[in-house]
Design a binder for this molecule. Structure first.
Ligand code: AKG
Length: 252
């Protein structure tokens, strides 16, 4: 039997002008929404793959006595290294605009260092546990706070670039969108971590992605962000995100 290694996801290649513009935005704001969206057929294929893997995860949880709440069909699911699990998810790993930006950020030796998806059905009481929703956080290091070599720490101080692929509609405003603090990747580590962080202090730079299905967002590892809690008691709607990350090789 032949195994499909990669189920390709169609995309439109970015022009050089678009690449330059997106890299400028990521440098300035810490994030950028890509101009194209995933097609309806790509979204359907990816959701079907995620549903297959999530169903298998829930049934594994049902067999483990310690995780019964994770076996329910309405439970949120997060799967790390998801590209191992399905050819369609590997197709997303090869999404050309993301590869173009990874190349622009890190040169030809970039590699995928992490992938995951989350499925977030609306929960009566969503937890801020990185599965049902995620709290304000940022991944380090921050530019200016990392040892420099020869006075520089590499392109934008970026150690990896993350891509969020939003597979369900969030335009109704209650789906638990991604939120970011614009420009926070350039501020001290305080942003997004610890008790001194107050989101009210950043009201002018709060950006909320109540976006259409198929939207793709690239973000700098150090930008402060969260996945807001879905509004309660509206069962059955789902939010899927797939976050393949790409990484710079050591020493670049
Ligand atoms: O949980 C989410 O949806 C946000 C993902 C995120 O912020 C991250 O991967 O660091």
């Amino acid at each position: 039997m032949t195994q499909t290694l990669i189920d390709q996801i169609e995309s439109t290649r970015l022009s050089n002008e678009q690449r330059d513009d997106l890299m400028r935005r990521i440098d300035r704001d810490g994030y950028a929404q890509l101009p194209g969206k995933l097609s309806k057929s790509a979204i359907e294929k990816l959701i079907a793959a995620i549903d297959r893997v999530a169903t298998a995860e829930r049934s594994d949880a049902a067999e483990r006595s310690d995780a019964s709440e994770r076996s329910d069909a309405s439970a949120g699911v997060k799967v790390n290294n998801c590209v191992e699990r399905d050819a369609a998810l590997r197709g997303l790993m090869m999404y050309e605009p993301a590869l173009q930006l990874a190349y622009d950020a890190f040169g030809p030796m970039f590699h995928l260092c992490q992938s995951n998806f989350v499925v977030r059905p609306r929960q009566p009481k969503p937890a801020s546990d990185f599965i049902d929703s995620s709290p304000w956080h940022a991944d380090g290091p921050r530019p200016g706070q990392f040892p420099k070599v020869g006075g520089a720490m590499g392109a934008m101080g970026m150690h990896y670039l993350k891509f969020g692929f939003f597979l369900t509609d969030l335009t109704h405003g209650s789906g638990g969108p991604l939120q970011v603090v614009r420009g926070s990747h350039r501020r001290p580590e305080l942003d997004g971590k610890g008790g001194a962080f107050r989101i009210e202090d950043y009201a002018n730079d709060l950006v909320t992605f109540n976006c259409e299905a198929g939207t793709v967002v690239a973000f700098h590892q150090a930008v402060a962000r969260r996945a807001a809690e879905p509004i309660r008691h509206r069962a059955k709607e789902r939010l899927h995100q797939l976050l393949p990350r790409v990484d710079a090789p050591a020493g670049s």
